[in-house]
Design a protein around this ligand. Structure first.
Ligand SMILES: Nc1ncnc2c1ncn2[C@@H]1O[C@H](COP(=O)(O)OP(=O)(O)O)[C@@H](O)[C@H]1O
Ligand SMILES: [Mg+2]
Length: 416
């Protein structure tokens, strides 16, 4: 269809655009096309908020979103995409789900949205089972990596479209799109077409389109990963402020640990279809539950060294460390040390162990080193510009450093 044709046909063009959209956005809007269903959802939500909702148990009422032992296997997938995951998100909470590519983040989100069906386990939103509940009746809005805007509609039309489909009257539509524009600093762009916007502006409009619906739960799937670093940082801050200002419950999926650390009330770390840890960012950093979590969060990564415990000492690469008092460690452990806890010391200092600089990365505020002794590598961090370069001898002490201990076998669980 030509641009002119599209413009002439208004709604029809929107239908085409929806088909072209990533299926997710389409699912959201397809849902909205069904005015009746959406109306029902709206009524339900009002009922729930005014307390006339069907009785639910007190525990689940406090949780806005619950996944309970959810498993998912795709017909063509290798193994299970989700292996019995359980996660509760409290009302008004922002949980960031983070993990490497393919670990099951999007699948988790899509199951909450109803775009994908779990093989087993339960999903509850607002304490109600979502079994058999269509996406449009779930009162969630999803924001994606792709912007999925209708190309022939202005910013304002794009933002008001979900409301129009829900037969919200024009005065209310205008009021809500103005509010969203204000929140997202889109005021001066309201009459532009998506093609006349930058990537960051388009992503803001996509968020605006989710906001105007006033959903119970926001679902973000890597909304910033198409943007350049500077813009990502700017929008990340904005999203955090926005979600908190709106007081809305949100699940935010990313593979970026900085987004996770800065945005989350709690971080949920996934690997290979399983949840490894759910905790506030600081706990994740200071007390990672597994060696996977330990190395996934933190840059440069935490060092993990194989250690052998005997007679109150731990032999660990070139180091001999005092075993922590009052703890019973197994004979074989994995010792974790964050780069900032590796102390660069003088040759004569207590516990000084000699290593060689294999790589020096001066970043300005800090210099990151990869040090080597035999086949053991150790990442270390010094502040500012450090003059030592490749080949230089350095002395390191782990005496008194904060050490983490993990099981050398199995899933690498943190040792008590
Ligand atoms: N429609 C599908 N068909 C087959 N396999 C899929 C499908 N969607 C996802 N998967 C597989 O499920 C796993 C989890 O995928 P996904 O949830 O998209 O991961 P993430 O979002 O964390 O990168 C991956 O191994 C992926 O290849
Ligand atoms: Mg994904």
């Amino acid at each position: 269809m030509t641009t002119a044709g599209a413009a002439r046909d208004g709604e029809a063009a929107a239908g085409d655009a929806a088909e072209r959209d990533r299926e997710a956005a389409a699912a959201g809007d397809a849902a909205e096309r069904d005015g009746e269903a959406a109306g029902a959802a709206e009524r339900d939500r009002e009922a729930a908020r005014s307390g006339d909702a069907p009785a639910v148990d007190a525990r689940s009422r406090a949780l806005e979103v619950e996944l309970d032992g959810v498993t998912k296997r795709f017909e063509r997938g290798e193994g299970a995409a989700l292996r019995g995951i359980s996660l509760g998100v409290a009302k008004g909470e922002l949980v960031v789900v983070v993990g490497p590519s393919g670990c099951g983040k999007s699948t988790t989100l899509r199951i909450v949205a109803g775009l994908e069906e779990a093989d087993a386990g339960a999903v509850r939103i607002g304490g109600k089972s979502m079994a058999g509940v269509a996406p449009q009746d779930r009162d969630v809005a999803m924001v994606f990596q792709g912007y999925a805007l209708y190309p022939t509609m202005t910013v304002r039309e794009n933002m008001e479209f979900p409301l129009k489909m829900r037969k919200v009257d024009p005065v209310e539509r205008r009021k809500r799109s103005n509010e969203a524009a204000e929140l997202l600093s889109l005021g001066r762009l309201m009459d532009r077409l998506p093609s006349e916007l930058s990537g960051g502006e388009r992503q803001r409009v996509a968020m605006g389109r989710a906001i105007v619906r006033r959903p119970r739960v926001f679902l973000f799937d890597e909304p910033l990963s198409n943007l350049d670093a500077a813009l990502r940082q700017e929008l990340r801050v904005e999203i955090g402020v926005l979600v908190r200002e709106l007081g809305v419950t949100a699940i935010y999926v990313t593979h970026d640990q900085v987004e996770a650390m800065t945005l989350a009330d709690r971080i949920c770390i996934m690997n290979k279809g399983e949840i490894q840890q759910v905790a506030p960012p600081r706990t994740i950093y200071e007390a990672p539950a597994t060696s996977f979590v330990a190395t996934f969060i933190g840059a440069p990564k935490m060092n993990l060294l194989a250690g052998t415990v005997a007679d109150g000492a731990i032999a660990c690469g070139p180091f001999t460390l005092a075993a922590p008092a009052g703890r019973r460690l197994p004979e074989r452990v994995v010792v974790g040390v964050r780069p900032e806890d590796v102390r660069l010391v003088g040759a004569g200092d207590q516990g000084a162990t000699k290593l060689e600089v294999a790589l020096a990365e001066p970043l300005g505020a800090e210099t990151n080193f990869v040090l080597r002794a035999g086949d053991v590598e150790l990442r270390a961090r010094a502040s500012g510009f450090d003059p030592r370069d490749k080949g230089a001898a350095v002395h390191v002490s782990l005496a008194g450093a904060k050490l983490h201990f993990f099981d050398a076998a199995g899933a690498g669980a943190r040792l008590p």
